[in-house]
Design a protein around this ligand. Structure first.
Ligand SMILES: *Cc1c(COP(=O)(O)O)cnc(C)c1O
Length: 484
């Protein structure tokens, strides 16, 4: 019965028309060895166009997405993805280009990648770039491999530690550990900034580098970054900036000006390429002068009007992705940068910061604030006050779903109890911010007057509360196996 409800295929229906053959018809048997020829028809779904359109529209509505509503998932920069990005990345000159085409036949694509790299260098204030890494975390790993190559190249073999603040995103220690380093945690102080004394006590000749997110995952700028940079460099370590929060800095301050040696840039956050669901992303890395020799190959270079690829770089850490990275994502980010221009870059960050501070001001009286000061492009509040009434941060997040919102990031950063990390981004209107604040205030009131309503949420979604630990550990995305 269940199978009948779910299964839409019905023998003989079809939703496509094949184009007419535009090449000579050949007999399959003469070209393909017999063992590879299918002996029976493939069991493909047979379904009319009408039904398949409804199926996918229905699926898209079951999911939450940025085209559907406000998505304040802190640290993830869920800004609107302009549709012009999709238009340019679908241009046939890009989509029909094979990555093995030779350099002469791919000048347009090379030019786009070269110019995107130049823009990212300008935006970050760095000297070199690789577009290959497919995610922020992949960029971190690439940077860590370059740190390693740099120290080994100098014969400096005892640098086995990477220092990382306790507010860091989990990918930072993971990348450093996979790169072969040991992790030493650095404390945050009561203003949510790096504790300089603690850092000092850990800076020595075994330190390969310091990895820091700026602004931090608490939404705060590290005021002492110049002092920190001098400390780390003077003990022979390198400076890595996790650039996931670059949406707060565009056109205002550059990692290169803060003397970082490497920064990754999440194009799928700051530069509006789609993300979520494990789809393709891009985490280009930009480096300072001292890491230039170790950048991945191939490198794209320009001489006169001609673009070329350099592969024979003896000190390079090699390739970190097939071909040149996720090209379609690069086209989208390039489009976004060109559409906004230099002035637009600064406006993006100024508005992101303004929106976050405005939203914070609307809700701050009803929640605990771990750090009571102005924020950058995102902020952390704590659900401690509601927790005392028996309503957890998870309950609040679930209740937001009933109000039609995606929940913020919860229980991260780890150093704040019952934390909620809220990032509105610059692409939301005043009305959207007001409405979201209203929902947060209503939930704070419900926690006092009708806590069960919050504890039992969500009630309006397609599914209620799921066992997320089980879902992660025993992932099963095939409906087939669940029917038998
Ligand atoms: C998103 C994020 C990362 C990881 O980036 P991915 O592209 O998801 O791999 C690292 N650090 C911070 C602070 C982030 O927000």
């Amino acid at each position: 019965m269940e199978k009948l409800l779910f299964e839409k295929s019905c023998s003989g229906r079809k939703g496509y028309t094949m184009p007419e053959l535009d090449v000579a018809q050949i007999s399959i048997g003469s070209q393909i060895p017999d063992k590879f020829i299918r002996k029976s028809t493939a069991a493909l779904p047979e379904i009319s166009e009408n039904e398949i359109a409804r199926h996918f529209i229905r699926l898209s509505q079951l999911n939450y997405n940025i085209d559907k509503g406000f998505y304040p998932l802190g640290s993830c920069t869920m800004k609107y993805n302009p549709k012009v990005n999709e238009k340019t990345s679908a241009m046939s000159g890009f989509t029909n280009l094979h990555p093995r085409s030779d350099v002469d036949a791919s000048q347009g694509a090379l030019k786009l990648m070269f110019e995107l790299g130049e823009s990212l260098k300008e935006i970050s204030g760095m000297k070199g770039v690789s577009l290959q890494p497919a995610a922020g975390s992949h960029g971190e790993f690439t940077g860590i491999l370059m740190f390693r190559a740099y120290h080994l190249d100098r014969g400096d073999v005892k640098r086995k530690n990477i220092l990382i603040p306790d507010s860091a995103h989990g990918t930072n220690p993971s990348s450093a550990a996979i790169g072969g380093f040991e992790i030493i945690s650095v404390k945050s102080n009561d203003r949510g900034r790096i504790d300089i004394e603690d850092l000092k006590s850990k800076c020595n000749d075994e330190v390969a580098g310091f990895m820091v997110t700026n602004p931090s995952t608490l939404g705060m700028f590290e005021y002492d970054i110049c002092e920190i940079e001098k400390l780390v460099h003077s003990c022979g370590g390198l400076m890595y900036m996790d650039g996931a929060n670059l949406n707060a800095l565009l056109g205002i301050v550059r990692p290169g000006d803060m003397n970082f040696d490497c920064v990754h840039i999440n194009l799928h956050k700051t530069f509006s390429t789609p993300h979520g669901g494990g789809g393709p992303g891009a985490g280009p890395v930009c480096v300072s002068e001292r890491l230039l020799p170790y950048l991945p190959v191939p490198q794209i270079v320009k001489s006169g009007d001609q673009y070329d690829l350099i592969v024979d770089n003896p000190k390079s850490i090699g390739k970190v992705h097939s071909f040149y990275g996720n090209f379609g994502v690069l086209v989208r980010a390039y489009t976004y940068i060109r559409m906004n221009g230099a002035d637009g870059m600064r406006a993006i960050s100024e508005n992101a910061i303004l929106n976050a501070n405005y939203l914070l001001s609307l809700i701050k009286d009803k929640f605990e604030l771990p750090y009571n000061e102005r924020c950058m492009h995102e902020f952390v509040i704590s659900g401690d006050r509601q927790k005392a009434l028996g309503v957890s941060t998870k309950d609040i997040a679930k209740r937001l779903l009933d109000y039609g919102y995606h929940a913020p990031t919860i229980y991260f950063p780890l150093i704040v109890h019952e934390s909620m990390l809220i990032e509105p981004t610059e692409t939301e209107t005043l009305e959207a911010l007001n409405e979201f604040a209203d929902a947060m205030l209503k939930i704070a009131a419900e926690a006092e007057t009708e806590p069960d309503t919050v504890r039992n949420a969500p009630t309006t979604t397609y599914v209620r509360r799921l066992d997320d630990a089980l879902a992660a550990r025993k992932l099963n995305v095939s409906w087939f196996s669940q029917l038998d």
